[in-house]
Design a protein around this ligand. Structure first.
Ligand SMILES: [Zn+2]
Length: 61
């Protein structure tokens, strides 16, 4: 749970929550390292507000 000072563009709710699908995003196919995607979505209608990568440091060269 986190507080976001924004409202849903679909239903106007300000209740959001975060979740991950535990499918890592990887720099490339061979990479052993991966990072989870964090979805922030509306608790009322399910509209996805944002998708964030949990750990971006593995993508830095
Ligand atoms: Zn909504």
């Amino acid at each position: 749970m986190s507080s976001i000072n924004e409202v849903c563009s679909k239903c106007g709710s300000s209740e959001f929550t975060e979740a991950t699908d535990y499918m890592p995003v990887k720099p490339n196919k061979m990479s052993l390292k991966g990072s989870n995607k964090i979805y922030t979505f509306c608790l009322h209608c399910g509209e996805v507000h944002s998708i964030r990568i949990e750990d971006v440091t593995i993508f830095k060269k």
